[in-house]
Write a protein that binds this ligand. Structure first.
Ligand code: 9MG
Length: 284
């Protein structure tokens, strides 16, 4: 982890259900979208078998955590029903039962959280940072890890001229208040990671300002997860479509590590692992 000056402060321990991730090295979270409309993989893993083989492939490639999502949160995406979300993710979770890596579920619905945890998930990745009524309780009642992400607005409209007076201050204050809410709900710090939510109600400039100030988030003393992989900000910078954003994603992975990120949420696990090795060699 990094302190507020960006210095490495050694081991961090993350308590993820039955797993303990003690890392001297950053972690990779591999993405499995079980959605027909994901911006970055065009819904290629929508059916159960493709999602399962993709999840296994990510683990072979070196993912430390696999994140499964049944509702797209790309800009412009509309919500799906709770039933639909459960129908998408539960068969995948059941198919991964017994796998020796923690499985995270990307959801903001407390009922989905509870079912996913019963079906073997060890982590909840919540783009709403447990603000839905009952979400704190659903996580507190288990021993799963949780990712608290900042987002401004709703996916359907969040990229329509987002505005902040001070983007870094607002996001720090929001994440601090969610950490306090977790503490009051009895969710131990060792179970929590925080995330500035790149691209969630943020312009390219907001994202870059946050990246330059990531060490301030890391200074909260909780591992920082970031997701830049294939995002539209990278398209804004390079002019390339989602399928051609791997080099830009890897560049952002390296910059994020240098700025204090400890978990990288990515589509391209094998390539990202190489970035981590390069960064570690440089730091050594
Ligand atoms: C679901 N999802 C899409 N992008 C994400 C990001 O940047 N962070 C987290 N935690 N989840 C994300």
């Amino acid at each position: 982890m990094h302190d507020e000056k960006g210095r490495t402060s050694g081991l961090f321990h993350l308590h993820v259900g039955r797993f303990r991730l003690a890392a001297t090295s950053p972690l990779v979270m591999g993405v499995v979208n079980v959605t027909p409309d994901s911006f970055s993989d065009g819904g290629r893993f929508f059916d159960r078998n493709s999602a399962l083989s993709h999840a296994r492939r990510l683990i072979e490639d070196g993912a430390d955590i696999v994140d499964i999502g049944g509702e797209s949160s790309r800009p412009g995406a509309l919500p799906v029903s709770e039933e639909e979300e459960l129908e998408r993710i539960l068969p995948v979770l059941r198919g991964l039962e017994g796998i020796e890596k923690p499985i995270s579920v990307d959801t903001r619905r407390p009922a989905v959280m509870r079912e996913a945890l019963k079906a073997g998930a060890s982590m909840i990745n919540d783009i709403d940072a447990l603000t839905a009524p009952g979400a704190l309780e659903a996580v507190a009642a288990s021993d799963c890890a949780v990712c608290l992400m900042h987002k401004k607005g709703e996916p359907a409209t969040m990229q329509r001229e987002p505005h902040y007076d001070d983007v870094v201050r607002e996001i720090l204050d929001f994440l601090k208040s969610r950490l306090d809410a977790c503490e009051r709900a009895g969710i131990a710090r060792e179970r929590i990671v925080i995330d500035p939510g790149f691209g969630f109600g943020k312009t390219l400039e907001h994202n870059l300002t946050l990246l330059r100030n990531l060490s301030k988030l890391a200074g909260l003393g909780t591992p920082v997860l970031v997701g830049w992989s294939r995002k539209s900000s990278l398209g804004r910078i390079t002019g390339r479509p989602a399928g051609e954003r791997l080099p830009a994603s890897l560049a952002m992975a390296l910059l994020s590590l240098q700025a204090g990120a400890t978990i990288l949420r990515v589509h391209d696990v094998k390539e990202t692992r190489d970035v981590i090795e390069v960064w570690k060699a440089y730091r050594a």
